[in-house]
Design a protein around this ligand. Structure first.
Ligand code: DOR
Ligand code: ZN
Length: 343
């Protein structure tokens, strides 16, 4: 069995930098035409000038004959200025500004400490129609890690939507039924990305027979009822829900240790894994909308014209891939993947 799709895009991707980036970018470029590249480097990408230099490094690391287009983002800090927003928009290369609550996840310590302080900048973004991409988890240590997304909706997303009705926003990597319901109920331009790990797994995968650090990401995998709601949303054909892998490579030693970092590496087989989910839900006919159409429509970008073909044929990814001087262990390493990209 084969399926052919308009070439998909990845609306949420971590590529890292330097050698590490050079060793993973081809996985994304083989599958996706474009990707929203997250800015949480050290130091974070906070200016258009930095984004432009990072974009050049990505383009230079691409294998010849690929036409992958990185879509850049700025990292929002408490000091982001109006002028920077205007410059970003005018550049044409910056497609969004990422809001990480300070301390929410990997390399987020320079993130936003109080969203209200950024209201003047959000006004400018609304005027310029530059999307706000949101890591929607509270960092309040009083809030249970499994509740951080739903509490963020109540404390921050509802007010943000009310106060900036015309600001395009993406609720990144949604993981709960509450998020699905919120996105559906919202008027105006609110998109939501869904990762493949949150569709394939629930929190049991992370704790089955021992602690399995390669399933640990943020927002953390939730219970099965949430996984079911996400599958239903992704395969619904509703245009607010689109593909964003959040593929986030870390060196093997930084995951397999006493305090392992958050992130699942899925770029090696991203569209193949989504195809598994859609097939299991008997919704392969809905994959193209989710993977290839709704994202560009949200971002006001043209849909891709090339196509890709996937074939149902089992394969096993390697235990690890080279990652700079280290190795990265892909999600589901050692397991069989049922779909293959036809090259
Ligand atoms: O699991 C995650 N990893 N979640 C994030 O929000 C960041 C990412 C990373 O950069 O490693
Ligand atoms: Zn991310």
């Amino acid at each position: 069995m084969q399926i052919t799709l308009i070439q998909p895009d990845d609306w949420h991707l971590h590529l890292r930098d330097d050698d590490a980036m050079a060793s993973v970018v081809a996985h994304s470029a083989e599958r996706f035409a474009r990707a929203i590249v997250m800015p949480n480097l050290r130091p974070p990408i906070t200016t258009t000038q930095m984004a432009s230099a990072y974009r050049e490094r990505i383009l230079n690391a691409l294998p010849e004959s690929t036409t992958f287009t990185p879509l850049m983002t700025l990292y929002m800090t408490d000091r982001l200025s109006h002028d920077e927003i205007v410059t970003a928009k005018q550049s044409g290369i910056v497609k969004g500004v990422k809001l990480y609550p300070a301390g929410a996840t990997t390399n987020s310590d320079a993130g936003v400490t109080d969203i209200r302080k950024l209201y003047p900048v959000l006004e400018t973004m609304q005027r310029e129609k530059l999307p706000l991409l949101i890591h929607a988890e509270v960092t309040d240590p009083q809030v249970d890690i499994f509740d951080r997304e739903q509490v963020f909706i109540d404390r921050h997303l509802i007010p943000l939507k009310q106060d900036f009705p015309d600001l395009p926003m993406v609720f990144e990597h949604i993981t709960t039924k509450q998020a699905v319901d919120f996105v559906r109920a919202c008027e105006g331009r609110l998109g939501a990305t869904i990762t493949v790990q949150h569709l394939l797994y629930n929190r049991n995968a992370m704790l089955q027979g021992g602690i399995r650090p390669h399933y640990y990401c943020l927002p953390i995998l939730k219970r099965e009822t949430h996984q079911t709601a996400l599958i239903e949303a992704a395969t619904s054909g509703e245009p607010h829900f689109f593909l964003g892998t959040d593929s986030a490579p870390h060196p093997q030693h930084a995951k397999e240790c006493a305090c392992g970092c958050a992130g699942c590496y899925t770029a090696h087989a991203a569209i193949e894994l989504y195809a598994e989910v859609f097939e299991q839900a008997d919704a392969l006919d809905k994959l193209e909308g989710f993977a290839s159409l709704f994202g560009p429509d949200f971002y006001d970008l043209p849909r891709n014209s090339k196509t890709i073909t996937l074939q149902k044929m089992a394969w096993q990814p390697p235990e690890s891939y080279q990652f700079g001087k280290d190795k990265v262990v892909p999600l589901g390493s050692g397991e069989t993947i049922n779909w293959q990209l036809v090259r």
